[in-house]
Design a protein around this ligand. Structure first.
Ligand code: HPA
Length: 277
């Protein structure tokens, strides 16, 4: 991880928005970018202008950072994420978390597209992540210890905050949207899994699979921020699905689920603001 680059990104945003005091960060993953329309935006900046963040190379990731104050809670909304599989290491992946921490944010909400393993979930369903399995065989905290990410050995007993998960459920109930809850397993990608891998991951306790989120959740948790995460199940995982897996299927499913994704997250911000009063 290149700390000089992380610091340049934080400095750039402090200069651009000197009055910014975000409480929350929202990272919109594959197909989630348009959820920003659920919020009133006051200003935005392209990722390309932020040192080290650069261009998102993946279709369905807008590559903009928006700023708003939904229900009185100042929020930075990252429309699109950088992935480890893009080959630029952990720096672009870590920038949103580093910047949020440096600007004083306390809450991070992560979203993604995932393949469904558990038999009761179908494409278009939304799943609250209650825990994760890191199958990256690498992680962004490897290397010299930097106290910005808390202690040398961060506790991971409760990465996904129970109160935030309850508020997500409350938001789901309020907009009549059933939210599943399960364990998310992440691998580096950029490949979909084989059917044998999916069977193995099922045995390990995974309910859904993807290529992101876990590194960000690790960093945010280590840095002492509260984390919530929501997956859109965009397809049945390999070997469970009757068809081949494609990124088009992933983006089509999120498009079809968009109005529900917006409703749930919009309501969640409302619940969060009420809970903080
Ligand atoms: N596997 C991994 N990542 C994914 C999938 C999947 O089936 N669907 C969306 N992202």
């Amino acid at each position: 991880m290149n700390y000089a680059t992380l610091e340049s990104a934080a400095k750039f945003l402090k200069q651009k928005w000197p009055e910014a005091r975000p409480v929350c960060g929202l990272i919109l993953g594959s197909g989630w970018s348009d959820v920003v329309e659920a919020f009133d935006i006051e200003d935005q900046v392209s990722y390309e202008e932020i040192p080290g963040l650069g261009k998102t190379g993946v279709v369905g990731h807008a590559g903009r950072l928006a700023r708003g104050t939904p229900f009185g809670m100042e929020t930075l909304i990252f429309q699109g994420r950088r992935h480890y599989y893009e080959g630029e290491g952990w720096t672009p992946v870590a920038i949103p978390l580093y910047v949020l921490k440096q600007l004083g944010a306390d809450i991070v909400v992560l979203t993604n597209a995932a393949g469904g393993i558990r038999s009761d979930m179908k494409p278009g369903d939304l799943m609250i992540i209650k825990d994760h399995i890191n199958n990256f065989r690498d992680n962004p905290l490897l290397g010299e210890h930097n106290p910005v990410w808390g202690p040398r050995f961060p506790d991971q007993s409760r990465v996904y905050n129970a109160e935030l998960r309850d508020l997500l459920k409350k938001a789901g109930d309020a907009v009549s949207e059933k939210l599943f809850e399960g364990v998310y397993l992440a691998s580096t990608g950029p490949l979909y899994e084989t059917p044998a891998e999916i069977q193995a991951y099922k045995t390990l306790g995974a309910d859904a699979v993807g290529m992101s989120t876990v590194p960000e959740a690790m960093l945010a948790n280590a840095a002492g921020m509260r984390v919530a995460a929501l997956s859109c199940i965009t397809n049945l995982a390999a070997g469970i699905s009757a068809t081949d897996l494609t990124h088009e299927e992933v983006t089509e499913t999120t498009k079809a689920a968009m109005s529900r994704m917006k409703k749930v997250l919009g309501q969640f911000w409302k619940e969060l603001a009420n809970a903080r009063r």
